[in-house]
Design a protein around this ligand. Structure first.
Ligand code: N01
Length: 538
């Protein structure tokens, strides 16, 4: 409980869901549809999760609108019109607000409430969930829909507390407009968030300093307004695209080329890379089948993208410093940008390379690097997230014998299928560590996980079973498999949020399942079909 709070509301529900983003809203819908009483707790003052918090200028999804929406309701799909090829944060938030209203979900959602504890009571077989608002509720099932990238990560920079200007993290952006007009601004971090915010701030600010530690690979979005022809095409195409994505490697609707990069001529490679480039965004992953497996193949794609940066950036010295090197393309999620590299052709935008000379401190005037002070009015931290495990580690989760999840996961998260944890009966994770969600279109993964969890709950209720718990053996085997698969790819060795390497002290393990969204689905569904193998039901 939060300091000074007494429990003020105790109640019993069939299920508690933590989080009201894409995952929590759909989980609520599915469980309500099955007749369960459900309480959703959401820390934000509105629904939307990721799209509630990431309101920074330029925030936009890197998956196309048509694919980044729910598929569970044909009515919802047909009545909603997206305005652009890639949806802006505001539009996604409007969509999720609409979903909450359209399906009557709001009465079951308690906003502005952070879950602090979830404790399993062996005697009753229930979870007790406590919040910072003093709620204490009991539920048979507890579903963590807490998001993969929901805890912003801030570097520990001495002096920040005395900075005289304002600063914001992209992942916890204020609802009020932050005006950069006439200001000197610093952007720290050049991943997906930094790459999106930079060109927008560049247009408003007097001077913009972009502090880059690692240069990123980025493919343009080629965003455009959605036209009448898109609507017609997507109505007809939606289900085909979604079905394809469900069984694909990345959860995307664009096929992966089956050829190997090094099995074709240099000319053919170039043609394929150009074609993927013109598609815009994430389809670049699938230019050849071996890009994430074979470093030599990967180098050809990386060099193609470096060539594009050289073409775009007028100052050869700046271009050189913007070239991503030292890690494979896709080892960090490929960024999708609108005018990022072009922003460095503006006279008010300055690249500050901090690879070898990190930011030492923030003085009251601004970042200090290698003895040089950069006086600014605003600092934008686009420094990423404590991914996959961050949100769960902020909640005190205790399973059988009072064992804490944080202790169990001290050396890295262990789960069965990214859905359940041995020793934590009836606790379900939506796209938890060990699931493939973060390597592709998270909405496709969310729908699958929620459907799987909902079906499991229905199975228990139909058979009058009280508990479902992953066995330790099944969990061990899954963790081994996740690591083995990662070992075949180029992903496991890269310092990134995929491996926990972005947060000092975090165990360095691959956090997502790299075996493909389709293969993962096949395994989960097979488990369910066979009566939930790897789970003890009682
Ligand atoms: O975070 P990141 P993000 N000093 O971890 C740098 C999704 N997303 O918020 O690489 C200086 O990728 C860090 O440097 P380095 C998407 O899945 C999607 O940008 O660690 N710099 C890096 O440059 C994405 O992958 C969309 O050397 C420091 C940056 O901060 C994921 O979210 C938009 C530093 C962090 O990059 C995370 O993206 C936004 C320090 N002390 C996000 N610490 C779209 O849909 C960190 N950095 C398009």
């Amino acid at each position: 409980m939060g300091a000074g709070h007494q429990p003020r509301h105790t109640a019993d529900y069939d299920a508690v869901v933590v989080g009201a983003g894409f995952a929590g809203l759909y989980q609520l819908y599915r469980l309500r549809e099955q007749g369960l009483s459900v309480r959703v707790f959401e820390a934000g003052s509105g629904v939307g999760g990721t799209w509630f918090w990431n309101r920074y200028p330029g925030a936009r999804c890197d998956v196309e609108s048509v694919d980044y929406q729910y598929s569970f309701s044909e009515e919802l799909r047909s009545e909603w019109r997206w305005s652009e090829r890639y949806p802006r944060q505001e539009e996604l938030l409007r969509y999720l607000d609409h979903v909450a209203d359209r399906f009557g979900l709001r009465p079951h959602i308690q906003l502005g409430t952070r879950v602090e504890r979830a404790v399993f009571d062996e005697e009753s077989g229930h979870w007790t969930v406590g919040t910072d608002r003093g709620d204490l509720v009991r539920a048979r099932y507890c579903v963590m829909a807490t998001g993969c990238l929901s805890v912003p990560w801030m570097p520990d920079l001495p002096g920040l507390e005395d900075f005289a200007g304002e600063w914001h993290h992209t992942g916890a952006w204020p609802a009020e407009n932050v005006d950069f007009t006439g200001k000197r601004v610093a952007v720290v971090g050049t991943g997906s968030s930094g790459i999106q915010v930079t060109p927008v701030v560049a247009e408003q600010a007097d001077e913009l300093f972009v502090f880059q530690r690692t240069a990123s690979f980025s493919v343009p979005a080629f965003n455009r307004p959605a036209g009448e022809e898109d609507a017609a095409e997507t109505s007809a195409e939606f289900h085909r695209r979604r079905e394809f994505a469900r069984h694909s490697v990345f959860g995307l609707s664009v096929p992966v080329n089956k050829q190997l990069a090094l099995a074709v001529s240099a000319d053919e490679r170039r043609r394929e890379y150009e074609a993927r480039w013109r598609m815009g965004g994430l389809p670049m992953y699938g230019a050849f089948a071996d890009l994430l497996i074979d470093r030599a193949a990967n180098d050809t794609a990386a060099e193609f993208l470096r060539g594009k940066i050289r073409e775009k950036v007028q100052d050869p010295d700046v271009a050189e410093r913007l070239l991503p090197r030292g890690y494979p393309l896709g080892g960090k999620r490929i960024c999708v940008d609108t005018g990022y590299f072009e922003a460095f052709n503006r006279s008010n935008v300055h690249l500050v390379d901090i690879k070898d000379t990190p930011i030492d401190a923030i003085t009251p005037r601004g970042p200090l690097v290698d003895g040089v002070e950069y006086p600014v009015d605003v600092i934008v931290f686009a420094t990423g997230f404590d991914a996959m495990t961050g949100a769960l580690s902020q909640i005190e989760i205790r399973g059988r014998h009072g064992a804490a999840l944080s202790e169990k996961w001290a050396a890295g998260p262990a789960s069965y299928l990214g859905l359940a944890v041995a020793g934590f009966p009836n606790l379900f994770l939506v796209t938890g560590p060990g699931s493939p969600a973060v390597f592709g279109n998270v909405v496709v993964s969310i729908e699958h996980a929620v459907d799987w969890i909902s079906d499991a709950v229905a199975h228990l209720r139909r058979r009058n079973l009280a508990l479902m718990e992953a066995t330790a053996d099944a969990e061990d085997a899954w963790v081994r498999h996740v690591n083995e698969v990662a070992g075949f790819t180029l992903l496991g060795d890269v310092d990134s949020w995929y491996t926990g390497a972005n947060v000092p002290g975090k165990p360095r393990v691959i956090l997502g399942y790299a075996g493909g969204a389709g293969e993962y689905r096949r395994r989960c569904d097979e488990t369910a079909r066979q009566g939930y193998t790897g789970f003890a039901l009682s």
